[in-house]
Design a protein around this ligand. Structure first.
Ligand SMILES: NC(=O)c1ccc[n+]([C@@H]2O[C@H](COP(=O)([O-])OP(=O)(O)OC[C@H]3O[C@@H](n4cnc5c(N)ncnc54)[C@H](OP(=O)(O)O)[C@@H]3O)[C@@H](O)[C@H]2O)c1
Length: 290
């Protein structure tokens, strides 16, 4: 541990998340001491970027040199990689993974040898390394750490990235992660459905994106500035039941799955309408709820 009380860091898995965290922590003055990745070339490149003293030839070597090791490997590999670590005495060492869905239980084999285990999940979509290095600071991180020194380390490391800490209660990682997937991944799915409909009308993709991108950007901005339910616009919140009827009829001709999705989303919007004081009777009839 250095004079600021921050742990020295080790990274196992020099992929998107491992690389971005290592680079940003290094920029924020943290000591990244050891890097291991299956691809030696990738590990060496990252070690050079973050001034790591050691480019490790085994994952165990990372544990040896670092106070806190971040296991940034795919979700399905976490337990396997953890179970293969051989270092016997892990007293005083911290090990976390970066999965959104798994909890610290995936690292039980290391806890049994004295390690403080937990998870640190950046609630951020890592499409590519350079964009994430620019945009990750200021994001929220889900922190799961029962033991005091580990939790303190993680909170300080999040703060070094101007991040916000969200503490996840035990056993709730899956539902937490599902919420993020709904907001991020399925927003992309919804966008893609809208794009398909517009291109089906003869627009090329560039034209469709020009129509849709400002809508998405303004919606995100409204959510940021006004929150829920004020950010909701459109026919439901205007009480325009006739418009919703026309949408449903048009979509039922086009694609029954999209029509069913539209209906379900409209029904799930009703609590926001109630909060905005919208008269619900005509809308509930159109949505087959009366
Ligand atoms: N991508 C996101 O948006 C995001 C956001 C938040 C959290 N996460 C979480 O962060 C973790 C890593 O995700 P990522 O997007 O960084 O993945 P990634 O870019 O695919 O990187 C994964 C890294 O793990 C290594 N690896 C892959 N399979 C392995 C195995 N079987 N054994 C040992 N090492 C293995 C790879 O090593 P080599 O390249 O050297 O082969 C690579 O460096 C996951 O738990 C993910 O859920 C991802």
């Amino acid at each position: 541990m250095n004079a600021s009380g921050l742990p020295s860091l080790g990274i196992i898995g020099a992929g998107k998340v491992g690389s971005v965290l290592a680079r940003l922590w290094h920029q924020a003055g943290c000591e990244v001491r050891g890097i291991y990745s299956r691809s030696e070339v990738r590990a060496m490149a990252l070690a050079e970027q973050v001034g790591a003293m050691v480019c490790c030839d085994t994952p165990d070597h990372v544990l040896e040199v670092a106070d806190l090791t971040v296991l940034a490997v795919p979700d399905d590999a976490i337990e396997t990689v953890a179970n293969r670590l051989n270092l016997k005495d892990l007293q005083g060492k911290g090990v976390v993974h970066t999965s959104g869905v798994h909890d610290a239980g995936s690292l039980a084999a290391l806890a049994a040898r004295g390690a403080m285990v937990g998870s640190l999940h950046p609630a951020f979509p890592f499409a590519d390394i350079e964009t994430a290095v620019t945009n990750l600071p200021g994001s929220t991180f889900a922190v799961e750490a029962e033991m005091a020194p580990l939790r303190t380390w993680l909170v300080e490391l999040v703060h070094r990235l101007d991040g916000q800490v969200l503490v996840i209660p035990p056993g709730k990682k899956a539902v937490y992660h599902a919420a993020l997937v709904i907001a991020s991944n399925y927003a992309v799915t919804l966008y893609s459905l809208a794009e398909q409909i517009l291109t089906g009308l003869g627009a090329d993709v560039v034209t469709a994106d020009r129509a849709l991108n400002p809508l998405v950007r303004a919606t995100a901005q409204n959510l940021r500035q006004q929150g829920i339910p004020a950010a909701l616009t459109g026919p439901l919140v205007r009480g325009d039941a006739g418009t919703v009827r026309l949408h449903l009829a048009a979509l039922r001709e086009l694609d029954s799955d999209i029509a069913a999705l539209y209906l379900q989303l409209a029904r799930l919007t009703l609590p926001m309408l109630a909060a905005r004081g919208v008269e619900l009777e005509a809308i509930e009839q159109v949505l087959d709820l009366r």
